[in-house]
Design a protein around this ligand. Structure first.
Ligand SMILES: C[S@@+](CC[C@H](N)C(=O)[O-])C[C@H]1O[C@@H](n2cnc3c(N)ncnc32)[C@H](O)[C@@H]1O
Length: 184
């Protein structure tokens, strides 16, 4: 199954369109390809979407073709394993739900971010340092369901600054669209 865009996707998409102009973009966990295509709409100069779900890669290629988005590339990668370049903008709408009964960590990796839910986000931020150009930024969704403040503390320990660009309060959670960038 491939993640269908939801409130988190639309919140991030809005900021991706605003901040992509002239940038070389990596869309981590591309899913349907929504953020990669948003980067194209926003005027990115090159875009690579990656996902560890092979079905997501097939679907995002199909969606981009159907919707007429040319020059957007997609390939399989588990986090940065198959990535070997640097980018100006790295986007991630991560799986952020905590593990709970009814969810299966092996199967539901579009949703579950680990035992507490924020583990994939923290590991992503740790690895992303190597793939960011000078002045590069990360746009990532965080959720009140998986201790965003722990993510921010880790980010600071990895030498990122961060800024919450927008908060979206829903019935059961608050979503944060967050910009991370490396301290000089
Ligand atoms: C919440 S969905 C977001 C999908 C899409 N980007 C959006 O905004 O709607 C999270 C995506 O991350 C992918 N993902 C999870 N763990 C990953 C990993 N270790 N490496 C690459 N992609 C991963 C999932 O397969 C899923 O497509």
């Amino acid at each position: 199954m491939v993640y269908s865009p939801k409130e988190d996707s639309y919140l991030l998409k809005k900021w991706v369109i605003k901040l992509s102009k002239g940038k070389k973009v990596l869309d981590m966990g591309t899913g349907s390809g929504i953020q990669a295509m948003a980067a194209k709409l926003g005027g990115a100069v090159s875009i690579l979407g990656v996902d560890k779900n092979k079905k997501a890669i097939e679907l995002s290629k199909l969606n981009a073709k159907k919707l007429g988005f040319e020059g957007v590339e997609f390939k399989y990668s588990d986090l940065f394993l198959a990535v070997n370049e640097k980018f100006d903008l790295i986007i991630f709408n991560p799986p952020y739900l905590p593990f709970e009964k009814g969810l299966n960590y092996e199967k539901d990796y579009d949703l579950v971010g680990g035992e507490k839910g924020n583990e994939v986000s923290i590991e992503f931020l740790k690895q992303a340092i190597e793939y960011l150009n000078n002045e590069g930024i990360i746009l990532m969704i965080c959720s009140s369901l998986s201790d965003p403040f722990e993510i921010f503390n880790y980010a600071e320990s990895f030498k990122y600054n961060y800024e919450i660009l927008e908060e979206l309060r829903l019935d059961f959670e608050t979503l944060y669209c967050v910009k991370f960038y490396l301290k000089n």
